[in-house]
Ligand binder design. Sequence first.
Ligand code: ZN
Length: 116
Amino acid sequence: MTESQRQEIKRHLESRLEELSLKSTDGMDRVENCADEVEYATRMAEHSLNVMLRERESAQVNQIRKALKRLDSLDFGVCEECGDDIGLARLKAQPTSRLCVDCQAALESRPLAYAC
Ligand SMILES: [Zn+2]
């Protein structure tokens, strides 16, 4: 991983982080007391959907923050299995990945071990 690739990923992650933090301050998930039950139910449904999205977003924010921290370490972008470069495209899509595409695929195709 070259320094410019590192910078590119850093910028990418920081702009993702900014996008996500802008979204979470829009205050859309307020549920007001509503006389109409149907309207209230609709708003509650929207609210729980928002909460779900919000949770997913905050998980992403955490992942990105972690990735940004790891970005400064020397082994960032290096596959933990084979030591190859993970690849820029993959890191941008999944900044927290610690395995290259090949090793990830091998891991996923490994038969599951069943505990008796
Ligand atoms: Zn690998």
